[in-house]
Design a protein around this ligand. Sequence first.
Ligand code: UDP
Length: 316
Amino acid sequence: MANYVITGGAGFIGSHLCDYLIAKGNRVICLDNLITGRTRNIEQLAGNDRFRFIKLDVTNYLFVEGQVDFVLHLASPASPIDYLKYPIQTLKVGGLGTHKALGLAMAKGATFLLASTSEVYGDPLEHPQKETYWGNVNPIGPRGVYDEAKRFAEAMTTAYHRYHGLDTRIVRIFNTYGPRMRMQDGRVVPTFVRQILSGEPLTVFGDGSQTRSFCYVDDLIRGLDSLIHSNVTDPVNIGNPTELTIREFAEVMGRVAGKTPELHFEPLPVDDPKVRQPDISKAKTLLGWEPEVEVEEGLRRTIEWFSTGNRYLLPD
Ligand code: UDP
């Protein structure tokens, strides 16, 4: 049994990680300021004496009593709509929040994991993206607040590793989906799920030829667990390498839902990456990890979760 602190623990990925670690018999302290996280994501853990939730903005102050073995820093708005709505908070949690979380790990002698992102590669000029690629990011574009905050966070994490000898991990998370995404967060998966379930046309941005590669959340969580327990301090991509255009993705969504979706085209957002696909050779070789859930199966589970009790109709 180990003691974990998870920032952003009430968010989509954070809450799945809380569930996973508690199920394995660990103790978890979940910190979240709830701007994009939701207590309903962790309500199943309420009353468990190995789980504690503290409502806290990790950019201001971070103090936790007792022994801590792992600090997992996941706190951040993570959808383009969210980081456009909260640009300063996004920069602060990636910058100041990462600094505070690193400080906590130092003080406790804990291992630190940074949840970084494929967005560090920006609109990539190398395809698929290997960890050695430095990226193509517009610092002052609308996505810059997220991309640059995460790039700064990687630099800060690496500096703590090099200069303070802190034991660190950096995971670059590619597009991930599954139950508990917020219906209105604007990302393509919850948006298409909501639209397909309510019989609306699917909103495809641009001509839909841009590509993404979608990883089911359970696969990601297994990958994070392998990385935490490895000794790999350099960044590692975790994602599903099956690449689809957004138009193809709309077709898969229709197939899984048993419907023929109508498409409604809207302008492509500024700086929307044209391609994205992880090279996961490093994760395969060093962690023995690869995704197992095919996109059809993952979408089936996701659609089922959102249909249960008409969750897709509930407010965010
Ligand atoms: N997208 C779309 N329709 C939507 C939402 C998103 O066509 O209703 C596109 C978006 O332009 C992007 C891709 O789907 O090319 C993935 O977008 P998302 O916001 O999920 O994440 P991103 O990978 O851009 O961070």
